[in-house]
Design a protein around this ligand. Structure first.
Ligand SMILES: Cc1cc2nc3c(=O)[nH]c(=O)nc-3n(C[C@H](O)[C@H](O)[C@H](O)COP(=O)(O)O)c2cc1C
Length: 421
């Protein structure tokens, strides 16, 4: 199969794609503050504390303390971008509710002195099995965006996966991280564009390319769309602050690359974002990086991924931001682990907020967990210090659970420690 540059298609589709992830907002008058706050209030159900907001990361009791501050700190549009699900947002609820299907079985009187949370995934050493999921346009949450996150990943020694839609360049992020990151590729089915992204990451020394495979349609992010005026998806009924963050130059890297190849990024058809297994093969055969697929949700696709020589998986429903009504990722994990049967590492994300969540996934066979919104709440609330704060809390919670469970290291976390309820 050949993958040439394709003729242009629907302008609206790409507009929606670009809006769906690396947020591109522009100014328009005007909804009342009350109206905007009501939209924000409907965003992700949370455990935000009732009462005073924390004023420093050290005061945080759990990651939801950062969410509460983020909600106040961000403009309604940016908060909606961070929080939004799709359609009825059943997926957001399901991702959290899924953890209720499993209970932990602690073992007592086990010596856990010298607790060891380190592990290794695809050759990358992790200080604990919690990684930072890729998220586009983090400069919407803090001016330092992905660079602040990279600094926090450095001080906490955690794996960062950088989105193609990053608000900062790969080089800036690697400099701030002090070592390489995994690079998430979201590519249209335009081989020169894909190749350029892969080369860019290879040359920067990224050991792993994470191919996001669920950018295939444009789920209706109602919360976010409600902030837009009718007719023009680029316009948001908010304030001039949007234009100051999203100048014309700040289009996603996909947009920049498409432009470099002579495509009008606003004119590329959404069909082009539909990849297939042949395209995965082509990427696998071309790149020297290890290839991880992000967005697998069934054992059938997990088995196909192994057959196609993929190096690893991230089970993900994109934090319930792409399609509604999918089962929670934690509930799918066992069937996928069983299908993969240890042949490649299986990572997971979507809805992880607590150390117990991380432990449950590991007990069910995951190699590591990625978190999205919690570290972005930290970023929005306090920049680098907030990211460090959120990561430290989840990690501390995970260590506490390990102690309770009688597991001294990551390898000893097995299926014996979890049961279905
Ligand atoms: C604001 C935001 C932007 C995101 N951008 C991307 C992206 O560019 N590429 C991608 O593969 N996933 C993206 N995701 C999804 C995350 O990688 C991850 O799958 C999800 O956030 C995990 O769910 P959680 O937020 O409930 O932890 C984004 C998520 C958020 C919240």
């Amino acid at each position: 199969m050949r993958y040439d540059l394709q003729p242009v298609g629907s302008r609206r589709s790409l507009l929606r794609f670009l809006l769906g992830s690396p947020l591109l907002l522009a100014a328009r008058p005007m909804a009342s503050t009350q109206e905007l706050l009501e939209v924000v209030a409907q965003c992700e159900p949370d455990l935000s504390p009732v009462g005073e907001l924390i004023t420093s990361p050290k005061e945080a009791i759990n990651v939801f303390d950062f969410q509460a501050v983020a909600k106040q700190a961000l403009s309604p549009g940016h908060y909606a971008y961070l929080a939004t699900g799709v359609d009825h947002e059943r997926g957001l609820h399901a991702n959290r509710a899924g953890f209720g299907r499993f209970a932990l079985r602690p073992r007592r009187l086990v010596d856990v002195t010298g607790l060891d949370t380190t592990t290794k995934v695809l050759g990358t050493k992790l200080s604990c099995p919690i990684a930072l999921a890729p998220a586009g346009m983090q400069t919407a949450f803090h001016p330092d965006g992905e660079v602040a996150v990279a600094r926090a990943a450095k001080t906490t020694d955690q794996l960062q996966i950088l989105s193609t839609g990053s608000g900062k360049s790969l080089d800036e992020v690697i400099n701030a991280r002090g070592e390489s990151v995994w690079y998430m590729v979201a590519t249209p089915r335009l081989w020169p564009v894909t190749r350029l992204q892969l080369l860019h990451a290879e040359e920067a020394g990224c050991p792993v390319a994470v191919l996001t495979i669920d950018y295939v349609g444009f789920g209706s992010q109602d919360r976010l769309r409600r902030l837009r005026g009718p007719g023009d998806p680029f316009r948001i009924r908010e304030n001039k602050e949007c234009r100051s963050c999203h100048g014309a130059s700040e289009i996603s890297q996909i947009g920049r690359i498409l432009t470099a190849f002579g495509h009008d990024p606003l004119e590329v058809a959404s069909d082009l974002f539909t990849l297939d297994w042949d395209y995965v093969d082509r990427i696998r055969d071309t790149t020297s990086m290890k290839l991880v697929l992000k967005g697998i949700l069934t054992h059938e696709d997990a088995s196909l991924a192994v057959e196609h020589g993929v190096d690893g998986l991230i089970i993900s429903n994109h934090g319930a931001r792409q399609m509604d009504n999918s089962i929670s990722t934690i509930e799918i994990l066992p069937e996928i682990v069983s299908a993969v049967d240890g042949r490649i590492p299986v990572m997971i994300d979507s809805g992880f907020r607590r150390g117990t969540d991380v432990f449950t996934a590991l007990a069910l066979g995951a190699s590591a967990v990625c978190i999205g919104r919690p570290y972005l709440w930290g970023l929005a609330a306090f920049g680098q210090a907030g990211v460090e704060g959120a990561l430290t809390i989840i990690r501390r919670e995970f260590e506490t659970v390990m102690r309770h469970m009688g597991t001294r290291d990551v390898a000893s976390i097995t299926a014996d420690f979890v049961q279905s309820t």
